[in-house]
Write a new protein. Structure first.
Length: 73
């Protein structure tokens, strides 16, 4: 499960998609500023996309009998 701290400081009544706030992950020093609900969604879904394609290490036997490491995505 992913955990985020989302702070919304201001939201426009005339345009509910427009807001001012921050997103952070506990234990990570970086805070990301957000100005819309769409941007918030992009930040949250970007993390999910990064996790869905982990790099794998594959070792194969080469002709000389040694092992080669191949990094693939």
């Amino acid at each position: 499960m992913d955990t985020y701290i989302i702070r919304i400081y201001r939201r426009e009544e005339s345009d509910p998609d427009t807001l001012a706030g921050t997103v952070e992950e506990p234990g990570i020093l970086e805070k990301k500023a957000i100005v819309s609900l769409g941007q918030l969604w992009d930040i949250l879904s970007l993390k999910k996309k990064k996790l869905s394609k982990p790099k794998r290490r594959v070792e194969v036997l080469n002709k000389g009998g040694g092992h080669e490491r191949i990094h693939s995505q």
